[in-house]
Design a protein around this ligand. Sequence first.
Ligand code: HEM
Length: 417
Amino acid sequence: MTKPLLKLGTEFVYNPHPVYDELRKQGPIHHVLLPNGLTSWLVVDYQLAREVLADPRIKKGAAALAPITSRLRPGDQYTTVSTDLWEHMLSSDPPDHTRLRRLVTKAFTSRTVEQLHPRIEAIADKLLDEMADKPEIDLIDDYALPIPMTVICELFGVPEADRARFRELSTTMTASSTENAEDQEAAAKSAFYATAAQRGAASIELATYLIGLIAERSKNLGDDLMSQLIMANYEGDKLSDKELIAMLFLILVAGHETTVNLIGNGLYAMLRDRILYEDLTRTPERIPAAIEEFLRHEGPVHLATLRYTAEPVTLAGIDIPAEELVSVSLAAADHDPNQFDDPHHIEIGKAGKTKGGHLAFGHGIHYCVGAPLARLEARIAFEKILARYPNMKIADEVQWRPSTFLRGLQELPTVLD
Ligand code: HEM
């Protein structure tokens, strides 16, 4: 049985949950045309999302995925991204995935990242000092973004002078495509949209930059993570040149583009709900549980990265041929009423009906490597700002980023008192 194609527009990007509530009533998986121009099978049900994310027949390998996306998005932009950046663990299948992931897991365990605790506190304190005299601040650019950005750049030795450019390149690469925007004129002026040519140029500049960074560090190896990866590269069977560049790319970008949204979306939730804000200010020991609920309620990753069917599969009674795209909506899964009571409402400590918590960090072999670091950064960010500024207020309307992949605010204008 096949299903007709459903077109999802801009409204879906800005306000996805009413669309998901309708779709979920009709079934757990739908054939859709995504706002980014891709035709894909969209999973909106919690249980099916877990199954698909753990299904070895539904794969990720970039080399196989590229021609499929080209076919399913006429005038495809994916292939314009520098191939130097492709071969990372999030676009690999076992056994390559297993080998690549093993090289970095130790660096991101809860115990290892806990060593960064004092440094993250110092970064947050400095940012809070800097905003003290400003009449209005943007909690995204002034706080939520620089915390993870500084941490991940320091971990990999990206010099301070290069970070603004690195940020611009990363924004361009994760931007929505101007070609698919409903209002192309407005999109051309926004930093959150980019053309295929701009994305391609940014990816080449970023790859070239990372090659230079690796060459620089190779002259002076230490016991940091980057040096360890370069050493693994010397033993070529552990990490090829392209894999090394792509590994840095993945961790540097995943290390800040997501956590900014956990901190930003969490602050936005608190600013909209005085009771929650005051509750967490009075009882900061509830912050870790609040973080889990923020992740569930407005997780930074809306759709998991693209997967494809490596063979014909039947999902929830629907036959899907080989070489079709599959998108798992983490946002829809985490608002599935069969799993979470009153799912659109924030409630600290909300538990799932079946075993297994929220899917904001994914599930299965690609489960987020950086989850302990993201949780630590968010905890410190919330603890510090609530202790210092218990009376913040939203100063203006907010706008979501026009992305089907990342769920976060463009800015969060705020007054401190
Ligand atoms: C709140 C912040 C974060 C969220 C919500 C998040 C979410 C995710 C999700 C959903 C995936 C799986 C995607 C998929 O299966 O398609 C993932 C994978 C990954 N994340 Fe994160 N992430 C966050 C922070 C971080 C940080 C701080 C780092 C780096 C230090 C990081 C590094 C990675 C890596 C390397 C992968 C690929 C893992 C693999 O393929 O085995 N993430 N993340």
